[in-house]
Every structure is written in structure tokens, then in C-alpha cells.
Design a protein around this ligand. Sequence first.
Ligand SMILES: Nc1nc2c(c(=O)[nH]1)N[C@H]1C(S)=C(S)[C@@H](COP(=O)(O)O)O[C@H]1N2
Ligand SMILES: [Mo]
Length: 350
Amino acid sequence: MSTRTVNLTLLVLVSLIVLSGMGSFLVGSQSGEWVFWTHRLASFGMLPLLVWKSAIVFRSYRKRGVTAMTVLSGMSAGLFLLAFVYGLLWATTGVGGGSLPVLGSTSGLGLHVTFGICFVPLFLIHVINRWPQVRGRIPDFANRRATMRYAVAGLVGLITWQSTEAVTARAGWEGADRRFTGSKIRGRFSGNDYPTVNWLSDPRPVIDADEWRLRVDGLVERELELDFDEFNAFEHVDHDAILDCTGGWYTEQRWTGVRLSDVLDQAGVPSDARSVVVHSETGYRRRYTVRQARKMLLAIQVTDETLSRGHGYPVRLVAPGHRGVGWVKWVVRIELSDLPGWWESPLPLQ
Ligand SMILES: Nc1nc2c(c(=O)[nH]1)N[C@H]1C(S)=C(S)[C@@H](COP(=O)(O)O)O[C@H]1N2
Ligand SMILES: [Mo]
């Protein structure tokens, strides 16, 4: 294979790996499983190419020596390999969590993601810097032989990935027991006994149920302000659902509370309402389409226990099929809006 072929094929595969990795944070239901498959296939499929790539790197280094750019490229390669190794460890032996400056204690998956995020800007600089050497001969990117190469990479990826899973299962390693999202179990119907997590730097408020109010406003037919007793007057229902945090763990619990749908109907949903924003006391919020929101629960209990303060007391959102990041805690306001459901940053910023 020519240098250009190796580099372009790697560019495609690494782009797939990065995009599917970022996309994986948004997938919470089985129908999005292909995003995770893409990530694993492209990652394992790229491995044989690294043999050729290391020869290219070696030649290039001999020609250029130590320059700012070669150091940067070297760092980007190092970060990529670290991300790969931590991803692999997470999926297999489960060894590899650790403590990082600034971030504090982090799971192996957390390290995988952190190295991956640091890799992206360096990789972009590397590609932009080297691009002039491939420019002008791009058709090679997508002809029939290129398609063949991706098919072979995919096949190699499939075989290495499946063998890795088989070895992991056979050895009984921790990684054998992952959900399709890669998350590992932390509590099944265990009540409040499962990890407490906030997204970035959101605080953990202490709320007195007597003072608590739920406002329902925006595009509603009549605004509501419910105190805790009025809220509890709605019919209570149980719902078994999995909370799956992008930090790499999930828990299955029986959530008890009020259907968001019932609250919305009491306030009256006009036909031009398109989305529902669920607000936390902390300012944290997530937007859903009205249809999605109608399947959700405003929970007060987790498997027969009152929600603990850390888990969102007195009321939290239960959003089955959505990643944990969408399960807003300390809910105080439901806002109806005519904006589309996707009208917000894909992930919270606090
Ligand atoms: N208000 C608020 N709600 C939040 C968060 C947050 O930071 N602030 N973190 C989310 C994330 S990332 C997860 S995984 C779940 C964790 O819920 P738990 O603390 O009950 O495990 O809450 C979600 N709800
Ligand atoms: Mo999370």
C-alpha cells in the first residue's frame, strides 16, 4: 500500500472512531447500538494499518527530525494509543481506573474519553499540516479499491473484536458484563445504593419538600404551581428502567412517581407545542419532544425508598431509553415551548 493510501484510510477510520465515540454519549436505546459497533469495528479494523503507519512515521521522522510539528504529531499518536489501550482495558480486564490531575478519580472509561478528547485537536492540526501532501489526488479516497480496503478493515475489525469479547468472557473478566453502551452494573433494584453523579460542575442542592414547588409554564393553556401535596395527588405509577451514565456504569431500578404526561395534560398542551424543557433547581435543564416527554416519569422513589438528596430529592426525571445525563434531578419547572426538541446543546454545559 502506498503512503497516501495508508494515510487516507487511517484518516477515514480515525474520523469514524472519533465521531462514533462522541455520538455514543447521545445513545441510550438499543436502536442506536450501531454507533457503538462502528466505534469498535473501526478501532479494531485500524490495527493492521498501524504496522504500515509506523514505517511511515519512522521515515518521516528520519527526514524531518525533531521539529514543533513532529513533536505535536508524536503527542497526538501517543494520546491515540493511550485512548485505545484504556478503551481496550475497559472492555476486557477492567483494570485501569486511576487518578488524574484536575479530574480526580476517574474510571478506565473516563480515561479513555479524556485521552480521546485531548487527541482530537492535535490530530486536526496534524491532518491540516500534512494535507498538502495528499491534496490533488483525492479520488483515491472513494474508488472501488478503497471500498475493498474498508471492507477488509471492517472484517479484520469484526474478527479481532469478537475474539477479544470471546477471550474476555472465557476468562471471566469484568469487561464480560457490559451493556451495549459499554456500561457496567452498579446496583439492581438496590434503592438509593448506587453511584451519585453530576455532569460537570453542577452543585447538589438541599431542598425542603415543604418549600418545593413545581411550576408548569410556557406555552401551556393554564400555568400551574403545585406544592408537594398537590403534586402527589396525581396517580402514582411504577416503572422499571435503567439509568445508564456515560461515566461507564448503569443501574436498574423500580422508579415510582407521577407521569409527566398527566402533569402536562392538567396544564393543557396546545397543538403548536413541540418541546418540553425540564428544569432543575440548579439551572440544569434538558429539552425533549412532547412525544418523548409523554413517556417519562417525575419520580419521588427509587425501588421503594424516598430519593436521597444526591439522587434528586424530592423529584427527579426518569427518562427511559435516554442516557443518565438526561435524567434531570431536583426538578422544579416544566416549560412547554414551540421550539423543536433538538434545539439545545447536545450535552449540558454545567
Ligand atoms: N440537576 C442535575 N441533574 C442531573 C445531573 C446534574 O449534574 N445536575 N447529572 C446527570 C447525570 S450525568 C447522571 S448520570 C444522572 C445521575 O443520577 P444519580 O446521581 O441518581 O446517579 O443524573 C443526571 N441529572
Ligand atoms: Mo452521567
